[in-house]
Design a protein around this ligand. Structure first.
Ligand code: ADP
Ligand code: NI
Length: 213
């Protein structure tokens, strides 16, 4: 039996994403991992796979590094003591997590991936989701809002990936759609309040934007 020490993975992932300023920092990973463990316990998913998958879910993300495969996650999982079969199972979860555009079906095919995807998506909505969207938009030099551009939804991953919109559009192409795309009942319930807060935020944003003396 191989010896796994999950505290090693916590340390490696923390070091890896400590200096991120795009909303994918250690605290995002930490919140997602806590949420994923909570959802796994409520939904009966395997925490021994969910916890490491949540920890490495963004270490090879297309938005952050480009390139194929999971070299960063693989190296960290190996150093933690996972064997080849376990690494394949964990990466099998990670590859199902990411959002790929309004018109692209990304429903996971196992409970563990559903739970990690839900946790990641809960951290993309609500007050923290709003903060992360503007942090990410700023890091990509995107304008906050361009009032003459209509909301755009994307039918393919390619369109979504290459879109050059403003950050308010991210609410329409992704954030406001997530509540109805949660996989588990536990996450759906948690999403309600976060969703309402984003609607309230947008209402107030437009009210302030269109203020005329
Ligand atoms: P996913 O893999 O589903 O994209 P991540 O954990 O990588 O999830 O985080 C995605 C987050 O990054 C979004 O919820 C948002 O906060 C930010 N983000 C990604 N694309 C954009 C964008 N075009 N505009 C603003 N924020 C974005
Ligand atoms: Ni994430």
């Amino acid at each position: 039996m191989n010896q796994v020490d999950i505290t090693v993975l916590y340390r490696l992932v923390k070091e890896f994403c400590e200096h991120d300023t795009t909303g994918h920092d250690w605290w995002h990973v930490h919140r997602v991992t806590q949420l994923a463990i909570h959802l796994a316990n409520h939904e009966g998913a395997d925490v021994l796979l969910v916890e490491p998958a949540a920890l490495v879910h963004d270490t090879d993300d297309w938005k952050l590094k480009g390139g194929e495969g999971y070299p960063n996650a693989t190296a960290m999982l190996k150093a933690t003591g996972y064997n080849g079969k376990q690494i394949a199972d964990i990466l099998g979860i990670v590859e199902q997590v990411s959002y790929k555009g309004a018109g692209v079906d990304t429903t996971p095919c196992n409970l563990e991936a559903m739970v990690v995807q839900d946790a990641d998506r809960l951290d993309a909505i609500g007050a923290i989701g709003i903060a992360r969207a503007f942090a990410y938009g700023g890091s990509k030099h995107r304008p906050m809002y361009l009032p003459h551009l209509e909301p755009q939804l994307h039918e393919t991953f390619e369109e979504y990936k290459t879109a050059q919109g403003h950050t308010i559009n991210h609410f329409y192409e992704k954030l406001l759609l997530l509540k109805d795309r949660m996989n588990t009942v536990t996450a759906k319930a948690l999403a309600e309040e976060r969703h309402r807060f984003m609607e309230f935020f947008l209402e107030q944003f437009y009210r302030e934007w269109s203020f005329r003396p």
